[in-house]
Ligand binder design. Structure first.
Ligand code: SF4
Ligand code: SF4
Ligand code: SF4
Ligand code: FES
Length: 942
């Protein structure tokens, strides 16, 4: 894609200029460099690139402007009406050659062996300006001996090749917002410095790669490019990690992936990335990956490698046997938020049509199921209301129960940019997340509430809005059910819901809460961004509805810059929910009991669907322990590690007679499996993912599946073996079926996605190019519905035995249960899960920094090391859940959201005490896992 040199101007007024005699019309504010590029004229440049503000340091882009003295830099000079510009004159050629000569005289002359050879702007510019010889020798003072920094596992910094153009510094400031780089020194001594002159690794750099992408030379280069060589072909695809859904160009050399470069045209990421999507893809070729199917009679037996036919035939025969013996409802399936929409759709189809029941569920059960329930109830649809670009028009951001810099890093960079431009920030979180105080950003309010009190805080904010007359009644009158609003307004106005009355239970000073509520209601466009810190509670659905109430009451829905925005954790959690993965809903969130909907599916699928909702994951496990549920097909999920109360999950799995795990690795759940079907990575298949802003994007196959088949092919094989035929030749045909069956997807096709790059559902006749912002002009459900949100404290109470509250979260370098990221160099940043504890609580318990501690709850105990920090308030402890050795979910309880069963991960009463070794459970679990992963010796070849 052509680099136009400087960013586009957002001004509407147009001006016409003449460049080398050719007229061109561009928006006012456009640089001469960009106008020339748009006119097809390439002006030499080095320090400018169209993703960054111009800097004007290299002096290579000089031009002559008629009627003006001198030779201004075209990157920093805006066009003016009637301007006449010459870009190629003998004077300019001489000046440019002089500039290049100086650069090259202090640059290694090793182009032929340089890893960037063929992809170096310095090399290109030397050619473009016609530099043939360099008059200055390299024997004088130079930077050629400067030491390389290879500390980062993914890229190197070679100062000898640096031209101090500061593109990296600006990328770190403008694009990433970390401000880790600077130009230190002056004149000849000027050089790029990381933090306080530290190596990259160990500095505040978060390894997003923005500086590497921006560098015009080989000074910052991916290590994979150095090792493998320059790529030969490129394929646009979508990141398989988080719900931001960054688009990447996978750059390949043969069948080997050389690098993932964020795609500038990606509408979710606009050319930015984080360390996971950019660099952490090595797991695809990790030695732990299982590439051959395996079966075993009992989970105590070693695994035996078998052919695909044998594995599929065995699984199908077992499911049939179980249904024949224990009834149709004795088996079920779990879809994956990491797999494509098409794969997820097929798994639920296999369950509903192949098994003949609705026992299908998804990992969204344990994260955003309350979002689905809460937003559908209040607004009429189970999804975030805005696109990410909407943040550009936001004046007040509320971040509640989310940690975007770690969980959704690329969107966090967008938020930070908007905040640096002056938007105001309210953070509602028990922990002082990075966004509260980060370079050039300071939250206006951090309401450090006690875990489990979201509903109380949100209702108290609504109390302030209503009782201080800040509600947008005209909006409510027009858009919402007025009687319900009045009923709700009376409820929130009750003295019991005032910030003062709730201060004791929430721990939030009433004055702070009042000020935050006033800012939200009166500060202009206000958007709420929330995460699992809202949903994973016994009142998760209530909190989502409280958020929707607040947004409706203040008129902050249905226009850019506002909205209710769930930040989705996994790459395709939105898609998994959209695709009918819940036991009570088919695609597009239509209830299975709806006759008209079922009739359409019956006709298309040639079956009669059961009208009764099936079992949710926790119910499947309960029924398994009770003896009625016997077989489970799990695609791409590790429920043993990700679901609460690990011992109960283990007991449920152990009670089943046929557990089929379909995954990349022998994950923790596979210890209880009888059949293992090797999965394919996102690099090895075609399909689509849907991100947190409802954006459907293509996943494209960049290499052949190392396991032999894409996941959708494996599900299809299993369905055929079960006797329910499927005959798709390509995932595009599956999308055609989804579109035919789902009104909100009716206009989606691979051809449209290829043409537009991506679309946001609803995409149909009413919105042929998709819907960036929902509820414009009216809510999907008709009148917006206010719901009473009574605060009911969780049953999980602290007391003398368990006096602290544990809450959990993620860290930037790791992803979810860590199965992928732990198998990459990202492990260097986070080798183990640590327990954050306030120094006061630590001192009371005789716990020091780095000490091993026992973390104990009513459900179980585990050990991990402690780190002392005032990020958490006294009385609160925090840990991540990326490492199976820690098994944080051994400690979490069975309490769950009243509406959806989403587990209450975020509130567990615990005790912390010094420890000197693993718990009994950890030891026995470790031994069991080692036993469960044994493999029988391969049979000798015939
Ligand atoms: S990798 Fe990202 S955070 Fe690190 S220095 Fe470069 S731009 Fe900044
Ligand atoms: S490292 Fe690259 S981007 Fe940064 S100043 Fe040097 S040449 Fe420019
Ligand atoms: S922000 Fe999310 S989608 Fe984007 S690169 Fe990182 S992990 Fe991938
Ligand atoms: S590109 Fe304009 S001064 Fe460097």
């Amino acid at each position: 894609m052509t680099d136009l040199g400087t960013p586009a101007s957002s001004r509407e007024e147009l001006v016409t200029v003449t460049i080398d005699g050719r007229p061109v019309t561009v928006p006012a504010g456009t640089s001469i460099l960009r106008a020339a590029a748009l006119a097809g004229t390439s002006i030499p440049k080095l320090c400018a690139t169209d993703s960054l503000q111009p800097f004007g340091s290299c002096r290579l882009c000089l031009v002559e402007v008629a009627g003006r003295a001198g030779t201004p830099a075209s990157c920093t000079t805006p066009v003016a009406e009637g301007m006449s510009v010459a870009t190629q004159t003998p004077r300019l050629a001489k000046l440019r050659r002089g500039v290049m000569e100086l650069y090259i005289s202090d640059h290694p002359l090793d182009c032929l062996t340089c890893p960037a050879n063929g992809d170096c702007e310095l090399e290109d510019m030397a050619g473009a300006v016609g530099l043939r010889e360099v008059r200055y020798g390299q024997e004088g003072a130079s930077h050629l001996d400067a030491a390389k920094d290879a500390s980062n596992p993914y890229f190197t910094f070679d100062p000898a090749k640096c031209i101090v153009c500061s593109r990296c510094v600006r990328a770190c400031d403008e694009t990433q917002g970390t401000l880790a780089l600077t130009v230190a020194g002056r004149g000849f001594a000027s050089a790029i410095a990381v933090s306080q002159g530290e190596p990259f690794m160990g500095s505040e750099c978060v390894s997003c790669g923005a500086c590497v992408a921006a560098c015009p030379t080989a000074a910052l280069t991916e290590k994979a490019v150095i090792e493998i060589g320059q790529p030969e072909r490129r394929v646009v695809t979508t990141c398989a990690y988080c719900g931001v859904g960054c688009a990447f160009v996978a750059q390949m050399r043969g069948e080997e992936l050389v690098r993932m470069v964020p795609w500038k045209e990606g509408k979710a990421n606009h050319g930015h990335s984080c360390v996971k999507g950019r660099f952490a893809w090595g797991y695809a070729a990790h030695r732990d990956r299982i590439l051959k199917p395996m079966i075993r009679e009992r989970i105590t037996d070693p695994w035996r490698e078998v052919s695909w036919d044998e594995a599929i035939g065995h699984a199908a025969a077992e499911f049939k046997r179980l249904q024949a013996t224990h009834g149709r409802d004795s088996v079920g399936g779990i879809t994956s938020s990491r797999c494509t929409n098409e794969e997820t759709f097929l798994v639920q189809k296999l369950v509903r049509a192949g098994f003949g029941n609705n026992n299908v569920d998804t990992c969204a059960r344990v994260c955003h199921s309350p979002t689905g329930y809460g937003l559908k109830t209040t607004l009429g649809t189970s999804a975030g209301t805005q696109d990410f670009d909407s943040v550009e028009q936001c004046d007040v951001m509320v971040v509640i129960g989310a940690n975007p810099t770690d969980g959704h890093p690329v969107f966090a960079s967008r938020m930070k940019r908007r905040l640096r431009q002056g938007a105001r920030l309210i953070v509602i979180d028990p922990r002082r997340i990075d966004l509260v105080r980060t370079p050039h950003i300071q939250a206006d309010h951090h309401l450090a509430l006690r875990p489990g009190t979201n509903v109380a805080v949100l209702t108290a904010m609504a109390h302030v809005v209503v009782t201080e007359g800040l509600a947008d009644e005209a909006y409510v009158h027009q858009r919402c059910d007025w009687d319900e609003f009045q009923h709700w307004a009376e409820f929130v106005a009750l003295p019991a819901n005032s910030p003062e009355a709730l201060e004791a239970s929430t721990g939030v000073p009433a004055a702070d809460l009042r000020a935050a509520a006033r800012l939200y209601a009166t500060g202009g466009n206000a958007a709420i961004y929330y995460g699992l810190g809202v949903t994973e509670h016994s009142q998760g659905s209530t909190a989502v509805m409280a958020i929707a109430n607040l947004a409706m009451a203040s008129g902050n829905l249905g226009k850019p810059g506002c909205g209710v925005n769930p930040l989705r954790g996994q790459n395709n959690v939105q898609g998994a929910c959209d695709m009918g993965s819940f036991p009570h809903e088919v695609t597009g969130y239509r209830h299975i009991s709806d006759d008209a909907t079922r009739t359409a599916f019956d006709a298309m699928w040639g079956v009669t669907l059961d009208r009764e909702p099936g079992l949710r994951i926790p119910n499947m496990l309960d029924e398994a322990v009770g003896g009625a549920f016997k077989g489970l097909y799990i695609q791409g999920e590790d429920i043993l590690q990700s679901d609460p109360n690990t011992r109960h999950v283990a007991a449920g799995l152990a009670a089943m007679e046929c557990v089929v795990v379909h995954d990349l690795f022998l994950n923790e759940t596979a210890s209880y499996a009888h059949v293992f079907l090797p999965g394919s990575t996102f690099l090895e298949k075609d399909g689509t993912f849907t991100n947190a802003e409802r954006r459907i994007q293509r996943v494209r196959k960049v290499m052949s599946p190392r396991n032999g088949y894409a996941d959708w092919e494996i599900t299809q094989k299993l369905s055929n073996a079960l006797g329910y035929p499927m005959a798709y030749a390509h995932p595009s045909q599956i999308m055609e079926e989804i579109a035919a069956l789902t009104p909100t997807f009716a206009g989606v096709s691979y051809a449209k996605l290829d043409e537009l790059g991506s679309v946001q559902w609803p995409c149909n006749a009413a919105a042929p190019e998709g819907t960036p912002v929902m509820h414009i002009g009216g809510f999907v459900r008709g009148k917006g519905r206010f719901v009473i949100t009574e605060y009911v404290p969780t049953d999980e109470k602290i007391g003398p035995r368990f006096p602290l509250l544990l809450t959990t979260g993620r860290i930037l370098s790791q992803y979810n249960v860590g199965a992928q990221t732990r198998r990459t160099a990202n492990a260097l940043w986070h080798e183990e899960d640590l327990l954050e504890i306030h120094p006061h609580d630590a001192e009371e318990r005789g716990v020091g920094e780095g000490d091993w501690v026992k973390l104990q709850s009513r459900a179980g105990d585990t050990t991990l090391r402690a780190t002392l920090t005032d990020r958490v308030a006294p009385g609160v402890v925090y840990t991540t859940f990326h490492h199976p050795d820690t098994q944080a979910n051994v400690v979490t309880t069975d309490y769950s959201d009243w509406a959806t069963n989403c587990p209450e991960y975020k509130v567990t009463a615990v005790q912390v005490s010094p420890s000197n070794g693993p718990t009994e459970w950890q030891e026995s679990y470790g031994a069991m896992t080692r036993r469960a992963r044994r493999r029988a010796p391969a049979e000798p070849a015939e």
